[in-house]
Design a protein around this ligand. Structure first.
Ligand SMILES: Cc1ncc(COP(=O)(O)O)c(C=O)c1O
Length: 252
């Protein structure tokens, strides 16, 4: 049966993967699938920023620029983003590292959520574990979410070559994608977040996505389990991993 939260067995397998491999306290109620993570950002940004019924306007804070250009047009109103420049540490004459300038963050009551990509497109910068903890604390203190764009990596393996750990916290909204490790045509975004947010995404999905979702049932052995529990020697590009258009295993 069509489920706007996403193909059930894939969602379950993903939750189990995060719980068993990383120890995160998440279940299927913490996960929704979207039509690529790009559309997840569109939903999330407009959920937490823009014009609200009480007359207030909120914005998304990008704590460190340059940030992913794909966010730029995702807001439905003007003056949607606010951003901050980084501190740039020169490590050697030819290498440098971007760092969040915490002292200069433009934090005020208009901020509805923070958003960072880790690793960042286009710079390849990877926020340190300490920077993640600090950003998370800021979000917690203000009771707003921290949206973490993990399209290029963690917690998926063999994508990030910096010594950093996957990050989870209960006010984090983690957005993952199948695009960057070889499945761009599958357009599958994975949102891991508090169940209230997952329910809201499912409601939006129910309106703006329909048949596209059925494709996602075909990543893996037809029900998603194989992808989340890869067998030794399995190839990501083999027929077993993507079978668009048809599955004998789907719940429908
Ligand atoms: C940092 C970042 N986040 C998100 C996306 C969106 O990816 P997708 O919609 O394919 O999941 C991209 C795509 O290039 C990206 O670079």
């Amino acid at each position: 049966m069509y489920d706007p939260q996403g193909e059930k067995s894939f969602v379950k397998a993903m939750a189990r993967l995060l719980r068993e491999r990383l120890g995160w306290p998440v279940g299927p109620e913490h996960i929704a699938l979207t039509n690529g993570s790009q559309s997840a950002f569109f939903m999330l940004f407009n959920m937490f920023a823009g014009d609200f019924d009480d007359g207030t306007r909120r914005r998304i804070l990008l704590p460190m620029t340059p940030e992913y250009i794909g966010y730029a047009d995702a807001g439905l109103s003007e003056d949607f983003f606010v951003s901050a420049k980084p501190v740039i540490d020169e490590l050697t004459p030819h290498t440098f590292k971007y760092r969040v300038d915490f002292a200069a963050l433009p934090l005020d009551d208009s901020i509805g959520a923070l958003c960072v990509s880790r690793p960042t497109n286009p710079t390849g910068n990877v926020l340190t574990d300490e920077e993640m903890r600090h950003l998370s604390e800021i979000a917690r203190e203000r009771d707003i979410p921290l949206i973490l764009d993990g399209a290029y990596g963690l917690p998926f393996p063999s994508l990030v070559y910096t010594d950093v750990k996957p990050f989870w916290d209960d006010h984090l909204i983690l957005c993952l994608s199948l695009s960057k490790f070889g499945l761009p045509a599958a357009r599958t975004g994975i949102v891991v977040a508090h169940p209230d947010i997952i329910r809201a995404i499912a409601s939006i999905n129910a309106i703006i996505e329909s048949r596209a979702r059925e494709f996602r049932g075909h990543v893996g052995d037809g029900d998603g389990r194989q992808w989340a529990n890869p067998q030794p020697g399995a190839s990501r590009s083999s027929d077993r991993f993507i079978r668009p258009g048809h599955s004998e295993h789907s719940d429908s």
